[in-house]
Design a protein around this ligand. Structure first.
Ligand SMILES: Cc1cc2nc3c(=O)[nH]c(=O)nc-3n(C[C@H](O)[C@H](O)[C@H](O)COP(=O)(O)O)c2cc1C
Length: 292
């Protein structure tokens, strides 16, 4: 073993990675950007490379993306390059039509499922390639809040759908240290699925996310509301009772009761399906094959 205990440079790079949210005021050279993008399109593909990547370098457009996001994520405007990864069945639909082939991919869950994976695998290859070139990157997942606005802004035709954004650039200052993760002992199952004991599960996740947040009126009333909406009065009582007994809000309660609110997470499901329909995807709708 060399390189600080890592067997090779690739493994060292993957262990050392961390999201970068602060970027130097330095453009990415065209040759470097192309090397990174080429690495992405070289990824495995389960379908027909049904993705497109919109590269945004113009400062005004990056600022506009920041504004559309609306979550105060300065990195979107500051990074010299934003990449918007889109699931794209438009290209293959046109190809099939031009080549006189039957085409149902926009109405097929199976095609959507595999295509979504293609998009993400390409994005992650690009993030790794960026690290290898001395760049840094961070995903922006809040794209789902603005599907239609983004589609309109970038003139996306039917069959093209934004999935995730990546901000990329040279890190400003020190590259962040790798952040804690659940380890191999808990996420890897050898041979078959293994349920950890409650104690083991709590120890593993609390070691990564453990923390105590001070209860105050606003936090308690939000957690009470979320719990009530999700599980009625019994859940509200159980959650508030737990907080009262311990004297603090635990991290699971912070995450699902305050940060990624469990009630909000489900209330827009049907709206998202409508947005898929508007973008020309119908795998959640009935499809009539012309069977006899
Ligand atoms: C699908 C996805 C969406 C994410 N969305 C955001 C985001 O909107 N804003 C952000 O700052 N980080 C975002 N991240 C980065 C995560 O916060 C980060 O990966 C996580 O905290 C672990 O830190 P690390 O990447 O440094 O290991 C996202 C990551 C993923 C994989």
């Amino acid at each position: 073993m060399s390189r600080g205990g890592y067997p090779n440079e690739t493994i060292r790079l993957l262990h050392g990675r961390a999201s970068v949210r602060q970027f130097a005021d330095r453009p990415i050279e065209e040759s470097v950007l192309n090397a990174v993008l080429d690495a992405g399109v070289h990824s495995a593909t389960g379908a027909m490379q049904p993705y497109s990547i919109i590269v945004v370098e113009d400062p005004g457009t990056r600022q506009k993306l920041h504004d559309i996001d609306g979550c105060g994520q300065k990195q979107i405007a500051e990074a010299p390059v934003d990449l918007l990864f889109c699931l794209d069945m438009r290209r293959n639909a046109r190809w099939a039509k031009l080549r006189n082939a039957p085409f149902t991919a926009t109405s097929s869950f199976e095609e959507w499922w595999v295509s979504f994976q293609d998009v993400i695998i390409c994005a992650q290859s690009i993030c790794t390639a960026a690290d290898a070139m001395g760049l840094g990157s961070v995903y922006i997942g809040t794209v789902y809040m603005h599907f239609l606005e983004l589609r309109e802004f970038f003139d996306m035709p039917e069959g093209v759908f934004p999935i995730v954004m990546v901000c990329m650039g040279y890190p400003r200052g020190e590259r962040p240290e790798p952040r804690p993760k659940l380890g191999r002992d808990i996420v890897v199952h050898r041979g078959s699925y293994r349920e950890p004991s409650d104690e083991e599960l709590l120890a593993a996740i609390d070691a990564k996310h453990g923390g105590k947040v001070e209860p105050n009126e606003r936090r308690l009333s939000t957690i009470a509301e979320v719990s009530r909406r999700v599980g009625g009065a019994p859940l509200e009582k159980r959650v508030l009772g737990d907080i009262r007994t311990r004297g603090y809000i635990n991290t699971a309660q912070v995450i699902y009761g305050l940060a990624y609110r469990a009630d909000k997470g489900v209330e827009n499901n049907l709206e998202y399906l409508e947005q898929l329909s508007e973008a020309g995807f119908g795998w959640h709708e009935e499809y009539h094959l012309n069977d006899e």
